[in-house]
Design a protein around this ligand. Structure first.
Ligand code: BG6
Ligand code: MG
Length: 217
């Protein structure tokens, strides 16, 4: 098979933290006095904390200075951290552990490629930190998705060429990042929100190595 390594986004792929990000941003939007829909939230998926705030403020037509932005971003993160502190391994999405184990058994390497600065904290909470051969998160990258930096760093840490890497992503920015890095990419979620993925699957419940082999001879 062409694929030698799999790179996983975290939020919305391994765990449903995309929901917690949305709830926290929604509280900020409420305080600022505007409605923030789940469809609007699609634009925040995969992008960094500060860029997410910029998009949110833009949606609400709100102009504030950089000190106020820092304060709001901190407020959102404190809310978010209060939710993820409660997380347990039960929140790992269906099929994820089985699929990761199957990849390892078949000698594929596994990396995490997340924009989140909270990624290590979450991996520890859900007990998955040991499953990844490399972890690249928001503390290690300078350029946000759709820049391919996070995935290229993952590939390089694994010692695998980008053409032999497959990315799993729930965000359009992440799919674009994988493509910009010259990698294969499978979207997680609904096809209408995810353009340019090789395939889109609802999750890992029915995903296995034989399916991968048939897709990526
Ligand atoms: C990404 C999420 O994984 O991480 C984004 O999809 C989020 O929604 C980004 O903004 C940054 O996360 P954090 O935890 O550093 O605020
Ligand atoms: Mg995501």
């Amino acid at each position: 098979m062409k694929i030698k390594a799999c790179l996983f986004d975290l939020d919305g792929v391994v765990v449903d933290t995309a929901r917690y990000h949305y709830i926290a941003w929604n509280k900020i939007a409420e305080e600022l006095g505007f409605h923030f829909s789940e469809q609007d939230n699609e634009r925040l998926k995969g992008v960094s904390r500060m860029e997410s705030l910029d998009i949110l403020l833009d949606l609400g037509g709100i102009n504030i200075d950089s000190a106020q932005k820092t304060e709001l971003a901190e407020k959102k993160n404190n809310l978010y951290v209060s939710y993820i502190t409660q997380m347990t391994p039960d929140e790992i999405l269906p099929g994820v552990i089985r699929f990761l184990d199957e990849l390892h058994k078949n000698n594929l390497l596994i990396a995490l490629g997340s924009a989140s600065k909270n990624a290590m904290f979450i991996l520890d909470k859900i007990g998955l930190a040991q499953k990844f051969d490399a972890v690249i998160d928001g503390t290690k990258v300078f350029r946000a998705k759709p820049d391919p930096e996070v995935f290229l760093k993952g590939a390089s840490e694994l010692g695998v060429s980008p053409v032999n890497c497959l990315v799993f992503e729930d965000a359009q920015a992440g799919i674009d990042a994988a493509r910009n890095g010259g990698m294969s990419v499978i979207g997680i979620g609904k096809g209408e929100n995810l353009k340019n993925a090789d395939f889109v699957i609802p999750g890992f419940a029915n995903m296995n190595i034989d399916q991968l082999r048939s897709w990526y001879l």
